[in-house]
Write a protein that binds this ligand. Structure first.
Ligand code: GAL
Length: 662
């Protein structure tokens, strides 16, 4: 396999030349060279421009632009163009259209209006993929294949009859017999016992709450179905193009949880993903860092590609604020700090028509004479100076477990509290560690945990026996394991583990919970020592652990809110509520100190530090998200400014330093 990106941090983004007259293309090449663009993603939504009517192809424009890009030394990440069907296809075969939970057809007119199970759509997409791979497999501009686009975005779940049939086949493969299906789904409840496979339907709109395991399996089925589709496209590409890496862009933004990327990642030659800063979040940049650590976890620690982000505003929030000066570079270097070897954007030139005309781009509506484009050029120059980093890896002593199945289950119907959100505990712990200069790998519970000093298990509601045993084994072997509230409650079928919560982790933690006491919206519970718990509390009795924090008031006054138990060579920590930031930071500080986890460097609030290291050295990223200069004790050569720095490095507000140590 040809490696790519190879000797530089790739810089570029989606390029949609079909939206522009030919006269603009030459200007695009000039501006791309000015900006230091090294790659573009081409053809993502081009099907109707490549095959305007059935069987009639217009590849000439794509041939031309591929050659122009190559002549300008710009590599192409070529899409299969199968993300959105042309109008003639849905008009001729309306059965390819997806159907929502209420049985409504989702008509063409937007994008990605295709059913994930449709054999008709699949045949048409594979045919186009075959033509693309046949035509371009040996084009000198081709560096990577980009299959479809953000699978599942907009068209999953689909509840049509084709999906119903596919779901039944998937269930037969998973369970073998109806008895096993009935047992797994707990169909003794509410008279749901199935006596024929044909009676099983997708979890369509019903009278009231659905069966949680039915819904969980529908998530699994959806992810598996699209993965099969991806693999079929990849297989077609491989026949023509065995050496060019293949990827599809994930959406590891933590609000997108439709696919189990843990299953998908091993099939990517390079893991690539998209990320957009969500302004409405309380801590948008902490979420950005979390996303980077999650993507790196999916990539097994290897470098990954940031395929898309925005230079400034997006257009899909109720209000879309512009990024502040410097943030295009700072956000990009945050991704690189956390393991990205490519900085991509949606899109090169801001559209003048269509639903994304107010989405920012590398070349804004204002044109090249704009602060945004000047910042883009500066970023391109910085990316050009970071080549020595390519292939290096991020160092982390802490693992934070992340499992899409657990999130699907916890988001299921009828939980003890709608305030229980899968990401809250994970994000909070990650943010507080980031604030103290500690980096986490966000990894699936199946990951080998043996090299981590600390393992954080946040709200891992559903956990397999094997994963629970691996967490316990990590503690036995010397790790400090931190298990937060509502973890270990259910098994892989979403059946509650009996005998007292938190079932799978009860023995490890030395804690037994008889009843939950979820906190109402906005309610807090006092903790001894002056802190407060939010979101959750539970009636925990110690069975081998010693108390670390206790409730100071309310029905649980005096009962433990956090506890510690020595296990083999390690320690298991239990956290039964979500404490305020100060209290939790103090507790995490104690865990890190006991586990011997040191910060990359001491940093003031709002400043991130991350170390990447490789055969040729190590580099510390100092990312100053604040409006004041910061000082960090790091020495070496700053690749951003080109200056030697240290023993204390000063980093200006909203800028980053990338310091080669030594
Ligand atoms: C992504 C998508 C792009 C563009 C972008 C806008 O989800 O892949 O095509 O729509 O969002 O933020």
């Amino acid at each position: 396999m040809r490696p790519w990106p190879d000797d530089r941090i790739a810089f570029g983004g989606d390029y949609n030349p079909e939206q522009w007259p030919r006269g603009v293309w030459a200007d695009d090449m000039r501006l791309m060279r000015d900006a230091g663009v090294s790659f573009v993603t081409l053809g993502v939504f081009s099907w109707s421009w490549l095959e305007p009517t059935k069987g009639e192809y217009e590849f000439g424009w794509l041939d031309e632009i591929m050659t122009m890009l190559h002549d300008n030394d710009i590599a192409v990440d070529l899409a299969t163009a199968t993300a959105t069907p042309p109008p003639w296809l849905s008009a001729a075969y309306p059965e390819i259209l997806p159907v929502d939970r209420e049985g409504r057809v989702r008509w063409p007119g937007s994008r990605q209006a295709w059913c994930p199970s449709s054999p008709v759509y699949r045949d048409a997409a594979l045919d186009l993929t075959d033509r693309m791979a046949t035509r371009y497999h040996d084009h000198p501009a081709l560096a990577m294949w980009h299959v479809s686009n953000e699978y599942a975005c907009h068209n999953l779940p689909c509840y049509c009859d084709t999906c119903a049939a596919g779901f039944r086949r998937w269930l037969e493969r998973r369970y073998g017999t109806l008895d096993d299906l009935n047992a797994a789904w707990g169909t003794a409840f509410w008279s749901q016992r199935y006596s024929a496979w044909d009676d099983v339907l997708p979890p369509r709109l019903s009278t009231t709450f659905g069966n949680p395991t039915h819904e969980l399996d529908y998530h699994r089925f959806g992810s598996d179905t699209l993965l099969e589709f991806f693999l079929a496209e990849k297989e077609v590409i491989r026949r023509h193009s065995p050496d060019v890496p293949v990827t599809t862009n994930f959406m590891t933004l933590s609000s997108f949880r439709l696919l189990d990327y843990h299953d998908w990642a091993p099939h990517q030659d390079v893991v690539s993903t998209d990320h957009y800063v969500v302004d409405a979040l309380e801590h948008p940049r902490a979420e950005l860092s979390f996303h980077g650590d999650l993507t790196r976890g999916l990539a097994g620690g290897a470098p990954w590609m940031l395929m898309e982000q925005s230079t400034s505003a997006v257009n899909w929030q109720p209000v879309n604020p512009a990024k502040l000066p410097g943030d295009t570079i700072l956000d990009s270097l945050t991704h690189v700090a956390r393991g990205a070897d490519a900085i991509g954007f949606f899109q090169w030139r801001q559209s003048r028509a269509g639903s994304e005309k107010f989405h920012s781009a590398l070349v804004p509506h204002a044109g090249e004479d704009s602060d945004r484009f000047r910042e883009v050029c500066e970023l391109g120059a910085v990316a050009g100076r970071l080549g020595e980093l390519v292939g290096s890896r991020v160092e982390a002593d802490v693992a934070l477990l992340w499992d899409y199945e657990a999130e699907w289950a916890v988001a299921g119907p009828c939980m003890p509290s709608a305030e229980l959100d899968y990401v809250t505990a994970a994000h909070t712990v990650h943010r507080l560690l980031r604030d103290r200069g500690v980096v986490c790998d966000v990894v699936h519970p199946d990951t080998d945990l043996s090299r981590y000093r600390v393992v954080v298990v946040p709200t891992l509601y559903l956990v397999s026996d094997a994963a629970a045993a691996a967490v316990a084994a990590a503690a036995e072997a010397g790790a400090h394991v931190v298990v937060t509230y509502f973890s270990g409650i259910a098994d892989a079928h979403d059946h509650v583990r009996l005998g007292g919560y938190p079932g799978a982790f009860r023995d490890l933690l030395g804690v037994r919970v008889e009843e939950f006491f979820p906190l109402r919206v906005g309610e807090v519970v006092g903790l001894e020592g002056g802190g407060q718990g939010t979101v959750w509390s539970e009636d925990a009795r110690l069975a081998g652990a010693t108390p670390v924090l206790a409730y100071a008031a309310g029905p649980l006054a005096g009962r433990p809110a956090a506890a510690r138990r020595e296990v083999g060579a390690g320690v298991a920590w239990y956290l039964g509520t979500l404490p305020d930031d100060d209290t939790l930071a103090t507790l995490l500080g104690r865990v890190m100190a006991e586990a011997g986890v040191a910060a990359v460097a001491d940093v003031p609030a709002g400043v991130e530090v991350v170390r990447r290291s490789g055969d040729s050295g190590s580099w510390v990223f100092v990312l100053n998200h604040t409006d004041a200069p910061c000082e960090v004790a790091i020495s070496g050569h700053d690749l951003v400014t080109g200056a030697d720095v240290g023993p204390v490095t000063t980093v200006a507000p909203r800028t980053a330093a990338v310091v080669r140590e030594g």
